[in-house]
Design a protein around this ligand. Sequence first.
Ligand code: ZN
Length: 270
Amino acid sequence: MSSSVVTPSISPDATGPTGYVAPVAVDAQPVAAAPFVRPGVSEGGTRQLVPPVNPSTIPGTIQVITPGDAPLVDAALNVLRTSQSGADIVEQLRRVGVRIAIVSDIEMDVLGATPTTQGLVDPDDQVLRLRRSSFQTDLRRFAPTIAHEAVHAIDFVSGLRQGAWFQRRAAVHAEATAQGRSNLETDEMLAQAKWELSIAQESRAVVVGAQVARELGVTSAVGVIDAMHLAEAGANDHATYDKVYMSLVSGDPGGSYNRDSRTIAAPLAL
Ligand SMILES: [Zn+2]
């Protein structure tokens, strides 16, 4: 595939939340030559960190919330497709039927993003949102960020957010509360479990994003985000994942870590 930089024309920036508009399917250039590799069993162990896809959603299509933005999304996805890992991710986005929205700086602010955040996924509506102004930069440099957010979107659409482990703990807590009896699970423990799950999800997204950056010959590690530098300096493997995970955990000192909850949770480990 061509590796030339795609610089799409930019439509005027929206001035507020786009709201939900009938989505338009985007798949102008399906990757017929890139067979889908089942995550977890990929050859060489190079893509084992790509999250699983819920088979019940296959086949799907990538949808754009605002139809007029479809060419912009297509251009970005086509740049992603110039790398093997990026092509795999686009294929998974298509299979889980992800929705993508291009949003203004104002909407990013409303969503709580920092000024440097180029994309995010709301776990509740599972829409992958990308900052419109980021499309004005080199799309090859933007692509690793899209890949990172895509991993989150695939996770959420696939149901990982409600992972069995966390779901079980939440159920124990809810049942005991409903029956008015004491239980080992507490709100703090659930918060702890949620935090741990988020760190694991973030680690994988960082590692996969770095893998795409390597394949595209760019760097996405900006600022002082140690985890991203570690990911780009390593490979898409467990050693790098471990380093990234520990960096993210220690980068949130105190954070949601709750020593008492951890101690109590031990006997309930699933
Ligand atoms: Zn992330």
